[in-house]
Write a protein of this length. Structure first.
Lengths: 280, 200
């Protein structure tokens, strides 16, 4: 088959709507849970206000608009708008407008408090913007739709995006820290997981067992560099290893939403184990 | 008509893949724009790493410079949604152990990862606050130190009435971190509670 015909066929593929619906439900729930935690800890006025209004961060991004519009209460307003929009996306109600409004408000929270808006926030916003063009609301939604199949390309694009994320991470590790492949140097993974600031492993005990981290480092590099498998029929097999890596991160580091946000993608990646591949 | 719609869709989807690829090209997105551009920089690398590795690095840097005009045009939409990607996902951990310690009237009430001194632990380890804590523990002039200091002092005055002094101390030392010593600190005292940088 010629490449363009192959691409046309691939773009016309359809799929069971449930994997994208799982993603539509899980990603906003991660954002909501993260923001609820901010509210629960009483941090709204600390993180979502500028320094001059009594907040923590002296630095705001130039694309911050809401501070001019709403003054010191801008952060609270953006937080409520984000949470309501994410709830609507999760329920499948007005999904497309809710994604646009929710992602813009969520981005404004990031512009208002850049130190706390991390890679995972950017990743979730990007995935939500891809879902904007999908029919993810046509399953597991408050509104009933007839059983149908939906275009598969948004799921493919999300897999491609995740492949870029993992591959970038693997290449960046190797270029900037050759110790990842060393059999003698202190394993970088040990420094990461025993760093008291983010890791939870006790440095004194674990520094006596570098071999575990060395093996873990090799496995990490292998998983990240093999992520192009996500684009093949073996993508769901690769996802088992990716899942284990993220479960390892969740259990050894306190990174908050990062672990859960990444794990939220895995029902989609693992969906071939649960659903038939009919028509794909 | 159906055929035309299919072609248009295929072109748009291809464009979406190309945009994602160019904006987050693996391994290139973290290279500085002028990386290995000069003869001198290339020669310096060649003397250290050899011809083959240098040529590969130069090729990557040149490829990145071809990508940058695209990032400067199409990529300008990214800040609106705050989606610019730079995926490093922990390239390395710190070579020194850093911890933050908080003392209220000389009594240690918090030290990073110390279950016996865990005042404010859920807040200081929350993912939104932790990057600021990490930055303050590592850098004496961290840009948000006064903001975090003000927050900690306010919390201390709420939780420990009648206190006279709050100290926020950055500890550091070699791994595994059994012998940490103060690197820099901030102090606030009653009655004005102004936060001042102090040497250890």
């Amino acid at each position: 088959m010629k490449p363009w015909s192959w691409w046309m066929t691939r773009c016309a593929r359809t799929m069971d709507p449930r994997p994208l619906a799982w993603l539509r439900i899980a990603l906003p729930l991660c954002v909501i849970a993260d923001l609820i935690r901010v509210v629960q800890l009483g941090l709204v006025d600390t993180v979502f206000r500028s320094f001059s209004d009594g907040g923590l961060s002296r630095v705001q991004d130039p694309h911050l608009l809401i501070l001019e519009w709403f003054g010191a209460s801008a952060g609270g307003i953006a937080l409520v708008v984000t949470m309501v929009s994410m709830a609507l996306v999760s329920l499948g109600i007005w999904m497309r407008p809710a994604i646009i409004v929710g992602v813009l408000a969520y981005a404004q929270l990031g512009h208002l408090y850049p130190p706390g808006d991390r890679a995972i926030d950017r990743l979730l916003r990007t995935a939500l913007l891809i879902l904007l063009f999908s029919h993810a609301h046509k399953a597991l939604s408050v509104k009933r739709f007839p059983v149908m199949r939906i275009p598969a390309w948004p799921a493919d694009l999300i897999r491609f995006f995740l492949m870029l994320v993992y591959l970038s991470a693997g290449i960046a590790k190797l270029i900037q820290q050759p110790g990842w492949l060393s059999t003698v140097a202190t394993p970088p993974l040990m420094r990461i997981l025993t760093d008291p600031m983010a890791g939870t492993l006790e440095p004194t005990f674990w520094s006596a067992h570098p071999e575990w981290f060395r093996m873990g480092g090799f496995a990490t590099i292998f998983i990240e560099l093999s992520s192009p498998l996500l684009l093949t029929r073996y993508g769901h097999v690769w996802a088992i290893f990716g899942l284990l890596m993220h479960l390892g991160i969740v259990s050894t580091m306190s990174l908050g939403m990062f672990g859960w946000g990444m794990l939220a993608f895995y029902p989609l990646l693992l969906s071939p184990f649960f659903l038939s591949r009919r028509g794909e | 008509m159906i055929r035309m719609t299919g072609v248009f869709r295929a072109i748009c989807i291809l464009a979406a893949h190309v945009v994602l690829l160019l904006l987050g090209t693996p391994g290139l997105d973290f290279l500085p724009p002028r990386y290995l551009e000069s003869e001198r920089a290339q020669q310096a690398m060649e003397s250290k790493y050899g011809v083959v590795r240098t040529q590969l690095a130069v090729a990557a840097a040149d490829l990145n410079r071809l990508r940058l005009p695209f990032e400067k045009t199409v990529g300008r939409i990214q800040p609106i949604f705050r989606i610019a990607q730079s995926w490093h996902l922990y390239r390395d951990g710190p070579h020194q152990i850093h911890k933050l310690e908080i003392r209220v009237d000389g009594v240690i009430v918090y030290r990073t990862l110390d279950p016996q001194r865990a005042w404010l632990e859920p807040i200081l380890r929350n993912r939104r606050i932790r990057p600021v804590v990490e930055s303050i523990a590592g850098k004496p002039k961290a840009v948000n130190r006064k903001g975090l200091g003000r927050f900690i002092v306010a919390q201390a005055r709420d939780d420990f009435p009648k206190i006279r002094q709050v100290e926020i101390i950055s500890l550091y030392g070699p791994p595994p971190g059994e012998r940490l010593r103060p690197h820099h600190r901030m102090v606030a005292q009653a009655p004005d509670w102004t936060i001042e940088d102090r040497k250890p």
